[in-house]
Design a protein around this ligand. Structure first.
Ligand SMILES: C[S@@+](CC[C@H](N)C(=O)[O-])C[C@H]1O[C@@H](n2cnc3c(N)ncnc32)[C@H](O)[C@@H]1O
Length: 256
C-alpha cells in the first residue's frame, strides 16, 4: 500500500478521493438482498465523503513522522513484528485519533492498530502520537472491511473498538452502516475467543440495530449491564452529541 506520506500530493487542499465503487451504487441500491457477502463488504461505502483538506501540520506529519506509524497497512508481517508479542486491539475509523492517543497512553502493554479512510485524520494522529512519544500503535489509510477481509489473520485480535461510526440515519442508507451481520461475522473470524467488541454511538436506533445484530450472532455474546464505557475518553463527537441532547450508548460484546 502507499504510505500516507506517498498518498498526499503537493497541495494542502486534497481533491475528493475517487470512490472506486460509485458506479455500482445504483445497482446495489436496487437489489441489496441479491448481493453476495463479498460485494457488501467491499463495495458499499460506510463512510461519508468529506473534504480532504489537510492542514500544514497534518501535511508535515504525513511527510515525516508518519513513517514511524504506517507499517504498511496490507502487510500483516510488519504489523506483527512491530507488535512484538503484545496483544493487538483494532480501532476502526479513528477520526482524528483521540481515542487511539488515549488508549495507547494508558495501555502500554497493548499494540493498537488504527484504520481510517480520511487522510487528514491519519496526519493528525501521526502528528500527535509522535509528539506524545507513543510507539505502541500503527495506522493505515484503508477501508477497514477490505483490510479485515484481506489482511488480518484468523484470531489475531484481542479487541475491536468502533466509536461513533457514521450513523447513516435514512432507512435507505442503513445498508451503509458498519455494523451489519456480514461484518460481525468477518470480525468474529479475526478475533480470538474472549476478545471484546466495544461500540459507542449517540444514535439510539443505531445502538438498537447493532444490539439486535449482535444478539442474532452466535459468535458474539452481548454483555448485559449499563456501564460499558471501559475508560473511553470523551471526544468531540460525544461532546457534540450531549450538547444536542443525544445520550451515548456503549455496547460491549465478547467473542464466544
Ligand atoms: C463519526 S467519525 C468518528 C471518529 C472517531 N471514532 C471518534 O470517535 O472520534 C467516523 C469515522 O469512521 C471512518 N470510517 C467509516 N467507515 C470506515 C471504514 N470502512 N474504514 C475505515 N474508516 C472508516 C470515517 O472516515 C470517520 O472518520
Amino acid at each position: 500500500m502507499q504510505s500516507p506520506a506517498q498518498a498526499v500530493p503537493d497541495a494542502h487542499v486534497m481533491p475528493e478521493p475517487a470512490d472506486p465503487t460509485a458506479e455500482f451504487d445504483s445497482v446495489r441500491s436496487s437489489t441489496p438482498h441479491e448481493l453476495s457477502q463479498d460485494l457488501l463488504l467491499t463495495t458499499v461505502r460506510t463512510y461519508k465523503m468529506r473534504s480532504g483538506r489537510v492542514t500544514s501540520s497534518q501535511r508535515a506529519a504525513l511527510d515525516g513522522v508518519a513513517s514511524r506509524y504506517d507499517v504498511g497497512g496490507w502487510e500483516w508481517g510488519r504489523i506483527h513484528d512491530r507488535a512484538a508479542g503484545r496483544e493487538m486491539v483494532l480501532d476502526i475509523g479513528f477520526g482524528f485519533g483521540d481515542s487511539m492517543l488515549h488508549y495507547a497512553a494508558v495501555e502500554p502493554d497493548r499494540f493498537l492498530i488504527g484504520l481510517e479512510v480520511h487522510i487528514p485524520g491519519v496526519g493528525a494522529l501521526c502528528r500527535d502520537a509522535a509528539a506524545a512519544g507513543l510507539e505502541n500503535m500503527c495506522v493505515a489509510n484503508v477501508d477497514a472491511r477490505a483490510w479485515l477481509a484481506s489482511t488480518a489473520p484468523p484470531s489475531a485480535l484481542a479487541g475491536v473498538r468502533l466509536f461513533f461510526p457514521d450513523p447513516w440515519q435514512k432507512k435507505r442508507h442503513h445498508k451503509r452502516r458498519f455494523i451489519r451481520r456480514p461484518v460481525l461475522d468477518l470480525l468474529a473470524g479475526k478475533c480470538r475467543p474472549g476478545a471484546f467488541l466495544h461500540i459507542a454511538t449517540d444514535w439510539a436506533d443505531y445502538a438498537d440495530d447493532a444490539a439486535a445484530e449482535l444478539d442474532s450472532s452466535p459468535a458474539w455474546d452481548l454483555q448485559p449491564g449499563i456501564d460499558h464505557r471501559r475508560g473511553r475518553p470523551v471526544t468531540r463527537f460525544e461532546r457534540r452529541a450531549l450538547a444536542d441532547g443525544r445520550p451515548v450508548v456503549d455496547l460491549v460484546a465478547l467473542r464466544v
